[in-house]
Ligand binder design. Structure first.
Ligand code: PXL
Length: 284
């Protein structure tokens, strides 16, 4: 690839427990895309499965960083946002987009705020409202099933769901204004888990499934979204990006399960990176 693409990744940095920027940086870089970072908060660990974490809100730094980049005249091929430390950071993210996103910048918003029917620690309905507004600014959004339900005011149903239910969720998400939505963590039949996506511009629905493992793997949403966002930035078609990103996550999950890594420590993605890079080189 002769032309290095550049992404701005806007997430927290949780020092331990792989998620957010500690996932985005390696995965985006491995995809062959430059990853510039705006940390939204600094935590000792993420908030799922750990207790007693340290936390510093970095709201005050977001716009100074964005202004500096804007003054430098740097072009971003994409902006990919994830976990925000507070609902107010949603407005800061919009201002950041005003400063650094050009006409042709792909905007990917992962409304990382909930899983398994519950908001993450210290987040609630006002975070949902903040993400709802951000949907209109995004070309692509990647909610998990819980987040898709919260965003559309739909009662969350655990377990296997009908494709029709997910398509209804997607239609409601489309009313919030994004170009494409990929709902993750969807199980349409026993033993299978994956993604149902819809491009709202042409109406095309894509379903990508893999074998499901028992229970929740923390950070898998971030591994998927980082890979998916980076592949789209690199120029992959939606279907190709979905398939490659889903295969990568499935490989990471198999390795994590095999090694018996505590689930809250995140996915063992490191060992899966070489094959991931080869699969990209082979495909496009
Ligand atoms: O992976 C999502 C995530 C990101 N950042 C922080 C989190 C979580 C999920 O719990 O707590 C700080």
């Amino acid at each position: 690839m002769d032309n290095l693409k550049r992404m701005a990744a806007i997430h927290d940095i949780s020092g331990l427990g792989k998620c957010s920027l500690t996932v985005a940086l390696p995965v985006v870089s491995a995809t062959g895309v430059e990853c510039c970072c705006i940390p939204t908060a600094l935590l000792s660990t993420h908030t799922g499965g750990f207790t007693g974490w340290s936390f510093r809100d970095l709201s005050e730094e977001m716009l100074p960083v964005a202004r500096h980049w804007s003054d430098l005249g740097v072009h971003f091929d994409s902006v990919y946002s994830g976990y925000l430390a507070s609902p107010e950071q949603g407005r800061l993210l919009e201002k950041t987009l005003d400063l650094i996103a050009g006409e042709d910048t792909l905007i990917i918003v992962d409304p990382a705020m909930a899983d398994n029917g519950k908001h993450y620690a210290n987040l609630g309905d006002s975070m949902t409202e903040s993400f709802r507004k951000l949907m209109a600014r995004a070309d692509i959004v990647t909610p998990n099933l819980t987040e898709a339900c919260f965003l559309t005011d739909t009662a969350y149903r655990p377990g296997i769901c009908e494709l029709g239910f997910v398509l209804e969720l997607l239609d409601k998400i489309s009313e919030l204004g994004p170009g494409t939505a990929a709902v993750t963590g969807v199980s349409l039949e026993p033993g299978k888990l994956g993604i149902v996506a819809k491009n709202f511009e042409n109406g095309k629905v894509s379903v990508v499934m893999n074998d499901a493992m028992e229970g929740t793997f923390h950070g898998s949403g971030d591994v998927f979204a980082s890979s998916f966002a980076a592949l789209l930035t690199r120029g992959a078609e939606l279907e190709t990006a979905l398939q490659l990103a889903e295969n990568f996550v499935a490989d990471c999950i198999r390795r994590t399960e095999k090694r018996g890594t505590p689930r809250h420590y995140g996915l063992d993605f490191e060992g899966a990176l070489p094959e991931y890079i080869r699969s990209i080189e082979k495909t496009f």
